[in-house]
Design a protein around this ligand. Structure first.
Ligand code: NI
Length: 163
């Protein structure tokens, strides 16, 4: 089932997500629906916050063929290093793109849909995507990383496009 994606300036995007404690069928169908919504959009990542579910769940697929779905539950970045600057966009911030500075590589500890723990090392686009999606879970969108002036300009464009 496709879910509705919240867009700025919706205040619900600022909600801080809670950890997942119960790994049941409800969680599995949330993940399935989030993947469907992400592929349909189309996007390379989606956080539960964006579909108004305030649990620490993100789905990602940065593969060319869109056949490598990744689900991170209760994810924490346990190591990070380096620096990369890349243009980002977001399904919750339509038509706006801006350069954001992120860590170049990260190591993440997370749980899968069964609740099993795993660690993942990521760099390049996957590292960017994970950092972007985990930001959503604490109420941050990529525009929040811009200078106040650049953020203001982006928000103005967003307002104009919405009209
Ligand atoms: Ni986003």
């Amino acid at each position: 089932m496709k879910l509705d994606i919240l867009t700025l300036p919706d205040k619900r995007l600022k909600t801080v997500a809670q950890p997942v404690e119960i790994f049941d069928n409800e969680l599995k169908s949330l993940v399935k629906n989030m993947l469907e919504t992400m592929y349909d959009a189309p996007g390379i990542g989606l956080a539960a916050t964006q579909v108004d579910v305030h649990k620490q769940v993100v789905v990602i697929d940065v593969s060319e063929e869109k056949n490598q779905p990744l689900c991170l539950i209760n994810a924490k970045i346990i190591k990070k290093g380096g620096q990369q600057i890349s243009e980002e966009g977001c399904l919750s911030v339509p038509e706006i793109y801006a350069k954001v500075k992120r860590a170049e590589f990260i190591e993440v500890e997370a749980q899968n849909e069964q609740g099993e723990y795993f660690t993942l090392e990521a760099d390049e686009l996957l590292a960017i995507c994970i950092q972007h999606e985990l930001d959503h879970l604490i109420g941050i969108v990529f525009l929040d990383h811009l200078s106040p002036l650049k953020r203001k300009m982006a928000l103005k464009k967003l307002e104009k496009d919405a009209r």
